[in-house]
Structure formats: C-alpha cells, structure tokens
Design a binder for this molecule. Structure first.
Ligand code: PGA
Length: 243
C-alpha cells in the first residue's frame, strides 16, 4: 500500500464515462509530467477497459478505479471486484461518488462494504461525501457530511488507509465552486470536529480547473483535489499537477 502521509497533495483525475483508444493516445502525448514535485500524488481513474493501456503510460502517476463491487465474487453479472482492480495495478479507488449515490442509488452502507473490500486488497479508498444544494440552503451541510462519514467509513480504518473527498454536489460539473473561505471552513470542520477522521487527507472536488486549482490547494485544510471535466484536458491536468 502506498504511504499516503508522505505526500503533500493528492490530485485525482476522474474520467467518468469518457475516453476511447484515440482519446488515450492523444491524451498521453499531450500530458506533461515534467517537473512535477515528488511530494505530489497524481492519480488517474479511467474506465476499467483502459487500465492496461493507461498503466503503461502513467510513469510517476498512479492508477485508480472509479468504483468497485460491494461483493467479493460470485453470480453478480457486470460487476468488477476489488481483487480484480488490484490485479489490474490499481492503487486507489473512488467510492461513493455523488453520481453513484444519485444515479445508481448507492447508500452509505454499500459504500462502507466497498471500502472494506478495497482495504482487504490494499487499495486506498477515496470516499466521496457532499451535500445537495437543497441541503446547503437548509443549513444541513455539516449534519449530512458527518452522517455520510460515520456510515461509510470502513470498520478498520485509519488516516493512512483511507482518503476523504468533499464534493458539494451542486459544484460538480456546474462551473460553480464554493468560495475558498467556504471550502476551507468545511474542511476545517471535517478535520477538527469529526473525531472519526482525525488526521485524514481531505480532498476538494467540484469544478476544479487550472485557474482555481492553485488557490484551492493552497488552503490550509485542503490536501488535494478531485478533478472531473478538467482532467480530460491533458494540458489543464498537467497544469493542475504543477499548481
Ligand atoms: P468536475 O467533477 O470537476 O467536472 O466538477 C468532479 C467530480 O465529479 O469528481
């Protein structure tokens, strides 16, 4: 397992359901990995069918999955298990992304099962949490985040085994981000007031791009970023890795 505490910042590219062989070729031709600090942990999470192709081109970057099955093995058509991810050189895996929670109706309890199976395979789960705009307006953000954390953290967990990503759902793919102050306040709340995740690395996600990455990553309580749309643009992602 990678020693995540050794890294200063963690930067994740979440490709979601995007990519093609042609895209991959052009992407890695343009991606510029020169002069990236060795204390930056860059992770690329492509669709699983591109793992092998990506792995051969990642150099100092790491490979991550976007999800895994809550089952270990068996009659579960279409599923991909944590051990299969491990065999495909995966070192990280996003779980509980809001698109999984909303479109596929995933619950905290399932996310916890997935994170536990990943840990058994020595894959670091990146557990996503975040509030909807309605919850934010109703002043429920902290309550929702706390509940998501408590219910989705694996039983045997620690700040060296699991990463948290705070992604306000209304900021994902919208081009709208909370103010830097708001991001820092929420991260401070998570770090200082939720005992269960003391000392954990906490990433921010939601409309991160090469223009705002530097400011967001320099916030005191932010340990990195999870990037969707902008990570599909190799030039932008290269800049974010250097931010
Ligand atoms: P975005 O996506 O950067 O396109 O907002 C982030 C995410 O969904 O992880």
């Amino acid at each position: 397992m990678l020693e995540i505490k050794e890294f200063n910042k963690i930067i994740v590219a979440n490709w979601k359901l995007n990519g093609s062989s042609e895209f991959l070729e052009a992407y890695f031709e343009e991606l510029d990995l020169k002069e990236i600090n060795s204390d930056i942990c860059g992770i690329v999470c492509p669709p699983i069918t591109y793992f092998q192709n990506c792995y051969s081109k990642l150099h100092s970057l790491h490979l991550g999955g976007q999800d895994c099955s809550k089952f270990k093995e068996g009659a579960y058509t279409g599923e991909i298990s944590a051990s299969m991810l491990r065999e495909s050189n995966c070192e990280f895996c996003i779980v509980g992304h809001s698109e999984r929670r909303q479109v596929f109706n995933e619950k905290n309890e399932e996310i916890k099962l997935k994170a536990e199976l990943l840990l058994e395979e020595k894959i670091i789960p990146i557990i996503c949490i975040g509030e909807t705009f309605e919850q934010k307006k109703a002043n429920e953000t902290k309550k929702i985040l706390k509940e998501q954390i408590i219910k989705s953290l694996p039983r045997k967990t620690s700040n060296e085994l699991v990463v948290i990503a705070y992604e306000p759902i209304w900021a994902i793919g919208s081009g709208i981000t909370p103010s830097p102050q708001e991001i820092n306040n929420i991260h401070e709340y998570l770090k200082k007031e939720i005992q269960d995740i003391q000392g954990y690395k906490i990433l921010y996600g939601g409309s991160v791009n090469s223009n705002n990455a530097n400011e967001i990553m320099s916030l005191e309580n932010v340990d990195g970023v999870l990037v969707g749309g902008a990570s599909l643009k190799p030039k932008q992602f290269s800049e974010i890795l250097r931010a």
